[in-house]
Each structure stands twice: as C-alpha cells, then as structure tokens.
Design a protein around this ligand. Sequence first.
Ligand SMILES: [Zn+2]
Length: 245
Amino acid sequence: MSAADFSRTPWVDVAERIERGALAVLAIGACEQHGAHLPLTTDTDMAHGVGRRLADDLDALLLPPITYGDAWTASAYPGTISISPRTLQAMIEDIGHELLRMGVQGLIIVNGHFGNREPMLLAARRLTTAGLPVCHLDYPGLERLAGDICESAPAGPGFYHADEVETAIMLAIAPDSVDIARAEPSYPQFPPTFGSEPMQFRDFNPSGVFGDPRPATRDKGEALIAGILGESLKLVAAWRARHGI
Ligand SMILES: [Zn+2]
C-alpha cells in the first residue's frame, strides 16, 4: 500500500482510511541557509522525503509538512526565515488536535531540524496527554550510519548541516536542487562557549557549511535513508505496541 498523501488525496479517501484506523506522518523542517550548494528548504525536503517513505511503509496519512522551524541561529544569513518556538509548538498542537477530532489513532513526527526539538517535545507531551499518542523521530541511528557510510568527518559530534550527510540525502530525494559544483568544505572554529550561550552561526562560519559536502553521492544518500527508515520502523513498532494502535 502507499501513503494517502494529502497533496494528492481527496477528503473522501482520507475519511475511508481513518474509518479503517490510520496513523498520520508529519514532517517538520525549516527555511534555513544550507551553504551555496543546497536550497533553503533542505531540512523540509529531507524530512518530508523520509516521512513519505515511512508513510508508504505504514500505509499512513502523509500530512503536508511544516515548512518553517526555529532557525534563530541561522537568522544572520539572508533567506533564513525563522519562526518562534512558541509558534512551532502551537502549530504542532493545533494540527494534532485536528487529527484527534477526526479520529486518527496516532501521530508520527519526522523532524529535520535541530532547532525544532524543544517545541516538538513540548507539543508531543501535551498531545499525548490530550489523547493523541505521538512518536517523534530525529533521524534515529544517523550518527552510526553517517560513521559507517560517509567519508568525511562531521564539523562537530552529531552535527550535520550542509555537509556530506545532508547533501547525500538531498541527492537521493531532490537531486535537481543540489548544485554539487558549488559545494565547498568548511570546518569552522567553534567558539569556546558554543552550546553555553545563544550564538549566531554566521559570526564564526561565513559560508554556512559545516563539514565537507564534496564526497556526497546519491547512493550514500539512499543508504542513509534506508538505515534511518529501518531504525524508525523499529521505534514505531514498539510505540504502536505500547499504545495498542
Ligand atoms: Zn539541514
């Protein structure tokens, strides 16, 4: 079976799916700089692409993604459009309440952007309390997969931004939007207080790339996605068993 993609599905078919018992998949991304070789919607494109494959495997409803996120750290790069964590949390909660009202059994969130984590966790907590079980996924297994599949080192532990990982996944999901000829490595010197105070990334990283995107290939991207999908399906199965859905 394939997902009921909201961008291609009339309401009557969604109603019929929900009648049979349905889960929904929501990708949350960002509109954020990703160097000179990737588009601003990279995080959204990646999360929605992974979400689409997950929804296909689960025969789930594939919701339109949330295309903006909390990208405050990148707001000094023109093109980045950040929304507040409060706004993002409210959007996720509003969407969740609508799903609950129409009888969806549970919500799976695929997060494509680090800055979305806190508002996502808070929204998930409130929706679960309201009666909608939420499983939130942050590309599970990515650190191990990146270590196995990619050639270049990340700019920081678990830090993947416009690097080989993200470029490879984009080559698999949206190859036409990658301009690999413009890919340049950048390993910025992180200020000593990185992680201990709010910080604009442009202050210490002019290009916006963290790592080396050049060795990225479509095959690596497919392997990363397959690994993420496998780990995600295991988590979703355990979450469904816990909730009997
Ligand atoms: Zn990204």
